[in-house]
Write a new protein. Structure first.
Length: 408
């Protein structure tokens, strides 16, 4: 099921960037074995509130479609299990701190000797080269150092503002999955694996294409503009009489149609606003004139009129409104998935659609150690060996799994 059906992925990631990467692969059909640390598991299990039952909503969101196993890689038994998993794996994804994988004996140079076809993907704060290669990174730091916080906010002289979504984490995960699939295409042609890596810092820089273009061309750093666009106008939020909407009247056609809807055709003859460059040069004046017009009618009036003439626009939704929007529902972006202890749980759907090999949210996030016993058995460990690993403290097995094994 899904275009990546049959791809075996060993997931040594935690929190957000790495789990985003393996989430993308799992949703597209890959078999992902998520290895959690002992004794506590992924940190997102403790990012609460909120919880659904006894499980953290954050962990449930990031880890559906994955099988869960708990290992202590510092124990000989845990290392033995991981080596056996990697012997037949197609992909390894990790986001440990700098040098950790090498110290554990699972660095790329070591692992690729036994499995040269393995695609080994690393996500880090700043990458594996450069003066910051030993630093740990977080989304907040990446947004700050990439320049994003300097041009996010309501006004040029305001305080730095972080984007509400952890965009460097999520973008790094998507970039990593893209890199893995490119390396997989290369392997299909040559049989060769390789090391793929990206970082939160680079992922944040990728989000600055427009602002970077301005800075590189002019030598001037862009500043915060609220919801406005640095290159096009009007392209921003306006307050209607009841609530906020956004209007994308950026190109000349949409600009003129916006004026028609507003009953402000005289502005089309105003030299200050004749071209896109003129409108950007007089943006504050333009904003004031348009804002006064938009305040005269409710959002539904403007959205209907703008849509009728083909001007891109939309309401400013809160999160609940976005998740119940008919388009989100029609595109299966909110789905229910079965969980071992919670029943059906709502989650976000797969944002990529395939005509021949559709991906799917198939299973809920695993309980801590839920699939340890089953995975060990599938990889050739017999009952006595599994008991020894557990006694050594090299693995953790969920109580539900033990009970199920006893019944079967």
């Amino acid at each position: 099921m899904g275009p990546l059906s049959g791809l075996k992925v060993v997931d040594l990631t935690h929190v957000m960037a790495g789990p985003t990467c393996t989430l993308m692969l799992a949703d597209m059909g890959a078999e992902v074995i998520k290895i959690e640390k002992m004794p506590a598991g992924d940190d997102t299990r403790y990012m609460v509130p909120p919880k659904i039952g006894d499980e953290a909503a954050s962990f449930l969101m990031m880890n559906r479609n994955k099988k869960g196993i708990a290992l202590d890689l510092k124990k000989p038994g845990g290392a033995k299990v991981l080596r056996r998993l990697l012997a037949s794996a197609d992909v390894l994804v990790e986001n440990f701190g700098p040098g950790v994988m090498d110290r554990l004996g699972f660095g790329y140079a070591e692992i690729s000797k036994d499995n040269p076809a393995l695609i080994y993907c690393s996500l880090s704060g700043f990458g594996r080269t450069g003066p910051y290669k030993h630093r740990r990174g977080f989304d907040l730091v990446a947004q700050a150092m990439s320049g994003i916080m300097s041009f996010t906010g309501e006004k040029p002289d305001g305080p730095p503002v972080k984007c509400g979504a952890p965009l460097s984490d999520i973008t790094a995960g998507i970039l990593a999955s893209l890199g893995i699939l490119a390396a997989y295409a290369h392997r299909l042609k040559t049989g060769q694996g390789q090391w793929v890596e990206t970082s939160l810092f680079e992922a944040a820089l990728v989000q600055t294409y427009w602002q970077a273009a301005i800075a590189l061309a002019t030598g001037v750093a862009p500043k915060a503009m609220g919801s406005a666009h640095p290159l096009n106008a009007p392209y921003q939020a306006f307050k209607a009489s009841d609530k906020w909407i956004v209007v994308g009247g950026a190109n000349q056609k949409h600009w003129l149609r916006t004026l028609e809807v507003l009953g402000a055709s005289e502005l089309a003859r105003d030299r200050r606003f004749a071209t896109g460059a003129d409108r950007m040069a007089h943006l504050k004046e333009l904003e004031a004139l348009l804002a006064a017009r938009f305040r005269t009618q409710p959002a539904a009036h403007w959205l209907g009129a703008l849509e009728d003439v083909g001007v891109p626009c939309g309401p400013v939704n809160d999160m609940l409104q976005a998740l119940t929007d008919p388009q989100a529902i029609a595109r299966d972006m909110v789905v229910e998935v079965g969980h071992s202890s919670l029943g059906n749980v709502k989650t976000l759907g797969l944002p990529i659609k395939f005509s021949q090999t559709p991906g799917k949210v198939r299973t809920g996030a695993p309980l801590y150690g839920e699939h340890t016993a089953a995975i060990l058995s599938a990889y050739g460990f017999d009952a006595d060996e599994i008991a020894t690993l557990k006694q050594e403290g090299a693995v953790a097995i969920a109580a539900a799994s033990v009970a199920q094994d006893e019944v079967s």
